[in-house]
Design a protein around this ligand. Structure first.
Ligand SMILES: Cc1cc2nc3c(=O)[nH]c(=O)nc-3n(C[C@H](O)[C@H](O)[C@H](O)COP(=O)(O)OP(=O)(O)OC[C@H]3O[C@@H](n4cnc5c(N)ncnc54)[C@H](O)[C@@H]3O)c2cc1C
Length: 565
């Protein structure tokens, strides 16, 4: 299924991740037939170091290769980064999505690459959607079964209405979404820029608790909102975050209409690695990133310093040292002090402050493979699904069920259950435990919700688990900005605009989830990577074409507003 992102069935103009901080049409820029720009011929074939083979590194490398540069990718861990689809041992493509798993169709720059690679996507089995079939909400020991919101007690509808009213009342939600649909830059800037100073200092919880819509309801309404939330599930883990970050997610529909990539999302970064572009400057037909690298990336980077000739000296974990005119760093920014010895003078002290203040969310997932999608069997007494997508205040928090379809002979393929997907304190409860204990804890919690269902009896193969915060190459799942972090975000996001920087700070670029305004959503990582492509093109003396201006060409005019220091 080609993702219905740009042309929704309802005929309305689509909501996309268009701003609101920097309303630049990245999707149009990368789809324009004239290409992203041109580089002076003497720079053709020049090497650029790319630190990290996640989606940001891969997209930048691919686009820079098309412009005629030679990206040299370094990866310390697994290619694909936080788009990691792990295959259950011995199976033919039965996978667990350990990082990103559900991709809002508003992520149009990301889907540009998904579609280019011809990958199939389908609706993600989120709560109360057709794709999940049924949902069980289990709160304070009470269990509710629903196929749609209206099947739940009235209290839940009141919570959903209060959230919609709070957004309308506190942030002119409808007007902002209309400006996004219309791609009306002046209107969007006027509406959004008014919210930035009002909400940078305040938390998501503050917004909910002080909104008129929730204030007139009970504490229990707020609790339910935190546990069950909206769109993708419970959001109380985000309650301490900056409200601006939550606004961005809901205004750009990141929490809505999400698809999964059939066969695993890591096919996207790995597909870009192998893809042969239709058109490449300088490189012969048939060139791919994989080909340029002879099939493998270089290993992790341990040191980045200014070389005596003014270029950058990049040293990998095996001690190999190479010189580059530009470096793009896409790994999480804390790694610039914990994993990589970065010469301090490469960034200003204000930039270091921003890089180091980045705050990460923890996330843990535990998966099992099961013999078949048994949850679709009906309970003979109630006629309901035996088990459903489950949201609960218990340890598991979110349980997701993945039906992998049928074999050609009609047998069900093994199914996959994400027994538990949790964030922050709930993820920390799992952190010290080995996979077997995590599975046991999750099964024990689910037994209380489904006393009659023998989930363990269906488990086959070895379970899979992850805690991103336990991995030295990540240290956390994704950024979650705190109140007061807008200025740091703005510094990092705008760092690709290097024309007015001191010479000693130029030539090193940053991109990825940490630099993004919508962390935890891959679209932000892709968009920052495209900003870096523009910055690197400029660094080599190139420019975008007048027919297709790039992000840097309009940044001074429509970039994120500055708050006073
Ligand atoms: C648990 C979880 C759930 C998520 N859910 C969703 C979702 O449902 N939808 C969605 O849109 N997004 C989701 N995301 C976010 C999405 O996965 C990220 O935004 C995106 O993958 C980030 O890509 P990146 O290239 O910026 O960073 P990364 O993928 O982290 O890539 C950086 C790479 O740098 C490498 N590296 C680290 N140190 C070094 C070194 N010294 N030298 C060389 N390489 C190094 C790392 O190994 C890594 O591969 C989720 C993320 C997580 C973790």
């Amino acid at each position: 299924m080609r993702t219905p992102n740009r042309h929704p069935a309802d005929g309305k103009k689509p909501i996309t991740v268009y701003g609101p901080d920097f309303p630049f049409a990245f999707d149009d820029w990368i789809e324009h037939p004239d290409g992203l720009g041109v580089l002076p011929s003497e720079s053709h074939g020049a090497e650029v170091a790319i630190v990290g083979a996640g989606i940001a590194g891969m997209v930048a490398a691919y686009e820079l290769m098309k412009l005629g540069l030679k990206p040299v990718i370094y990866e310390a861990s697994k290619m694909g980064g936080r788009l990691r689809s792990q295959t259950f041992e011995g199976t033919d493509g039965i996978i667990a999505e350990l990082g990103g798993m559900r991709f809002p169709v508003s992520s149009t720059a990301f889907y540009h690459y998904v579609d280019k690679l011809g990958l199939e996507t389908k609706p993600f089995p989120n709560p109360l959607t057709g794709a999940s079939g049924s949902t069980v909400v289990d709160l304070e020991g009470q269990t509710y079964y629903a196929e749609k919101l209206a099947d739940l007690p009235a209290l839940f509808q009141e919570v959903a209405d209060a959230w919609a009213d709070a957004l309308e009342d506190g942030a002119r939600f409808g007007d902002i979404q209309q400006a996004i649909r219309d791609r009306d830059v002046p209107r969007l800037k006027a509406l959004w820029n008014a919210l930035v100073p009002l909400w940078d200092d305040r938390t998501f919880y503050d917004f909910v608790a002080t909104s008129k819509a929730f204030a007139k309801l009970s504490f229990q309404h707020r609790e339910i909102f935190g546990q069950v939330g909206f769109g993708t599930g419970g959001w109380d883990s985000d309650f301490p975050n900056s409200m601006l970050e939550i606004f961005r997610v809901v205004m750009t529909n990141c929490d809505d209409h999400q698809h999964l990539v059939v066969g695993g999302v890591s096919q996207v970064p790995l597909g870009i690695w192998r893809h042969v572009p239709e058109r490449c400057v300088h490189w012969p037909a048939g060139t791919s990133l994989s080909g340029l690298h002879r099939g493998a990336t270089r290993s992790g980077v341990k040191k980045i310093a200014r070389a005596s000739d003014g270029r950058f000296s990049v040293t990998d974990n095996w001690g190999d040292e190479r010189q580059y005119a530009a470096v793009l760093v896409t790994c999480q920014s804390w790694l610039l002090t914990t994993q990589i010895d970065v010469e301090e003078s490469l960034f200003s002290q204000k930039m270091w402050m921003a890089l180091d203040r980045t705050r990460y969310m923890q996330a843990s997932k535990t998966f099992v493979m099961v013999d078949r999608p048994f949850w679709k069997d009906k309970d003979p007494e109630t006629g309901r699904d035996l088990m459903s997508m489950t949201l609960t205040d218990r340890l598991t928090r979110g349980t997701y069920l993945f039906d992998n379809g049928t074999f050609a002979n009609g047998d069900d393929k093994p199914g996959v259950i994400c027994l538990s997907y949790s964030w922050m304190s709930d993820a920390l409860k799992m952190l010290p435990h080995p996979v077997e204990k995590r599975v046991k804890l999750a099964l024990d919690a689910l037994k209380k919700i489904y006393p009659k269902v023998d989930i363990a009896g269906h488990v086959i193969g070895d379970p899979i688990t992850i805690s991103w915060e336990a991995d030295p190459h990540f240290l956390g799942a994704f950024k979650g900005a705190l109140p007061g972090h807008y200025r740091y975000n703005q510094r990092m996001y705008g760092h690709f605009m290097q024309q007015n920087m001191a010479d000693e700070h130029r030539g090193i670029f940053i991109a990825g989830d940490d630099v993004s305004w919508t962390p935890a959503w891959v679209e932000g990582a892709v968009q920052t990577s495209l900003n870096a492509v523009w910055g690197i093109m400029k660094h080599f003396g190139g420019h975008s074409l007048p027919s297709n201006p790039g992000p840097g060409d309009v940044f001074d005019e429509i970039g994120p507003i500055a708050l006073p220091d």
